[in-house]
Every structure is written in structure tokens, then in C-alpha cells.
Design a protein around this ligand. Sequence first.
Ligand code: CUA
Length: 343
Amino acid sequence: MTDERLTDRCRPTRNRRFSAPLCPIALLLATCLVSSCSGNHSTLDPAGPEAAKVAQLFYVMLVGGAVIWIGLVSALIYSARKKHQHSEQTAGRVILWCGAIIPTVILCALLSYGMWLMPAIRPWVPDDQQVRRVEVTGEQFWWRVRYLDEAGSVVFETANEVRIPVGQPTHFSLKAADVIHSFWVPSLGGKMDMIPGRTNPLTLTADREGTYRGVCAEFCGESHALMAFTVRAVAPAEHEAWLAERRTSDPQDAEGLAVFLNNGCGACHAISGTAASGRIGPDLTAFGERGTLAAGTLPHTAEDIARFVAHPGRIKPGVKMPHFGMLPEHDIKKIAAFLKELR
Ligand code: CUA
């Protein structure tokens, strides 16, 4: 077979093979990209200045990467089509410029830009500035949240949900109780690792009200993917009122509380204003006002609370909470109803 016959036979086949599947693939990619651009859990839908800088960095990197890719692919196509017409010297120059010099210049520019932007992505908050302070500890597989006063003392504790005032920076002290976790609220800023024995600082600001989803961004065990939390950004006055109100609690359902205490739930969980003072599991004070259950795993309904109390390990593999499926069903339902209404 001559070279000409080979070329003639291959050319139409090659065009068919590469053009037909490209359209659906491109459509699928575009759909995936566009569908994940908005919402309360997207880096590309920033709700604060730090997240806006991260999004800006992404777009600049995307354009920079695209320029390198287009240059490289163009050079490849050029070489493939004209391989018999240009000299070795020209080929060498194309490789030198498109494969080394231009990418190096673009990558150096992108690196410099990223370094220059870094202080805005990780703002440093001076000690004397009036900021809200929250300590968050990653545990397998939930988040211990402690609100601190100006002196750094714990005012009260809660779990899996953080409230911050809109328009004011909140300074997070991030810790880990067991293994490495990572604190990430994509709509509000970059991620920060939580390392046992260390306290890592992170400052986030929300510039519009809303509920934003946060996740653990470091593999930490069986239920790593079931370790989410929410950040609620509310008006500063509303936030102040909530902080003042949350310092005390007064559970109304005395019968539900008795069932909760009699079954030993208070050994692991605390409810302020009651005899429940356990520190092992999440603090359940005002549990009824939370939006989700089991660190963002289930909706906050009485049925789901009962399901979780009966068999937590079926919903969250590796969870430390023992199962209570052996309790009479009416007791589980009473505990669920009590927690659902707990304010
Ligand atoms: Cu905690 Cu992954």
C-alpha cells in the first residue's frame, strides 16, 4: 500500500471518528460546568470578598491555562499538517517558543498574580479589631462550634451550624479532636486544614444574607462525605439578639427531657439549663432551630431524628454514637419529638 492510498483511506475516517462524539461530550461538559456555577455551595457564586478573590483567581488561571492549551494545540495541528514543508530549524523554533518560552512566561505571570492576591484571600485580622470569634473543632464526623467572647473565653457551644453577622469579618479558630479535617465554605472563601494539636486561623466575611453550605475537605474516615455544616449569615442586629438569647435555654417538654435523661443521652450530649452535660457528642441546646440533622446528612424532621437515634451507624458508618434500636418505639418517638421542638 502506498503512502497516498494510506492517507486517502485514513483522512475521512479520522474526521468522522473525532467530530461525531465531540458534540455530546462538549454539551455534557458545558451542562456540568454551568449547573455547578451557582447555589449556596459554589466557589463561582461568591457571597463574600474572600470568595470573590478566589473566583477571580480561578477565572484568571482558566484564561491563562486556555491560552497555553490553545497555543500548544495550534502548534501541534500546524506541525501535523505541514510536516513535510518546514525545516527542522522551524520545528525547533516552534517547540522552543510554544513549548517552553511562552508557557514559562505565562506560568510566571500567573504565579506572581496568585502571590500578589494571596493577602486578600487570607485576610489577617489585627487583635484590636472588633470581630466575632468562633472556634470550630472537627471531630469524626461532625463540627463542635464554640462562640467566644473578646477575651477568648467560651460563651456557649453548639454544633454543625455557625451563625455570622453580614458585612463583618468573623475570625475562626480551627482545631481537630482526632484526625485531620478541613473546613471549607466554598461560597465564603478558601479551605483551611484542621490539624490535631494546632489552631489554624481563618477569617470569613459574608456580604449578603443567606445559608451557605460547608463541607469537610480532607478525607477523615468512613463518613467523611457525610460531614457537612451550614453557615447562616444574618443581619448584625439579629445576630446580636440571637447571641444574647442563646446564652440560656429552658426546655419546655418535661416528659421528653425525662425520657432523654433516663436513657443516658445526657452522658454524651449537653443541653444547657438541664442535667444533660455530656461533652463527647454534639451539644444539643436549641437543637430544634437547626436546619439539618447529623452534620448535614438528613433533613431535620422528627421521623429522621427517630431513625438516627435508633440506628446511627446505618446512616453514618463509623459514627461513635451507640445505637438505641433496643428502646421501645414510643420512647424513641418521645426523644425525637423532644429534640425537634427543643429551643
Ligand atoms: Cu472530616 Cu473529612
